[in-house]
Design a protein. Structure first.
Length: 204
């Protein structure tokens, strides 16, 4: 998974370089056109679009390199206890643990159940059991400790580890989804800008 992300970063950096080269050519042609008394609105629009695309690619690169959304400066390790308490919807967790519970506000679709299964596969069996007891069944730390024959401190440790692993899984999933999205958008934009650039030069 790490190798795939590194390849994506390399690909995005190459795309960024290509976009910057195209922008530089347009700016040079604009200077030549201005010197000759020619001003093109198409070139201006293309320059603006390329600059926007470069910002998009830089945003994607930063996200891939840091492992978090650039606008979100606060990592999971720096969040308050309340913010870190549960990473999966508590009502969905209840439905996941007790599918037939009438008091639960939501019913899980197959896709939602598969998504929870996906996140929970990153934790150990003990961490999963503890996480489901506390966040799915609603047991207190003390009750979970009693049922698992461990101390309350161990319950807190298991929950913390599970939360960190689930957070990592969610971040990686989000990164890969956004990476694929930006890659597809980038390919389409580059193809469009190349055609528009050729058209613009032919009409100078």
């Amino acid at each position: 998974m790490a190798k795939s992300i590194k390849k994506l970063i390399t690909s995005y950096k190459a795309t960024k370089k290509q976009l910057k080269n195209m922008l530089a050519e347009i700016e040079n042609s604009d200077q030549e056109a201005s010197a000759g008394g020619v001003h093109g609105t198409d070139q201006k629009a293309l320059r603006s679009s390329l600059a926007e695309s470069i910002r998009d690619v830089e945003y994607a690169i930063k996200w891939l390199e840091t492992g978090r959304q650039p606008d979100n400066q606060r990592g999971i390790q720096r969040r308050s206890k309340e913010q870190r308490e549960i990473l999966l919807d508590p009502f969905k967790m209840q439905s996941y643990v007790s599918p037939g519970t009438g008091g639960c506000r939501v019913g899980l679709s197959d896709a939602e159940r598969q998504l929870i299964d996906f996140y929970l596969q990153f934790v150990t069996e003990k961490e999963r059991e503890c996480y489901l007891m506390v966040h799915g069944s609603g047991f207190t730390h003390e009750k979970a400790a009693e049922m698992l024959f461990i101390s309350r401190g161990n319950v807190s440790t298991l929950l913390s580890r599970a939360q960190q692993k689930i957070e990592f899984a969610k971040n990686v999933t989000a990164i890969l989804v956004m990476a694929v999205f930006f890659l597809l958008i980038g390919c389409v934009k580059i193809h469009f800008y190349e055609r528009l650039f050729v058209w613009g030069r032919s009409h100078l």
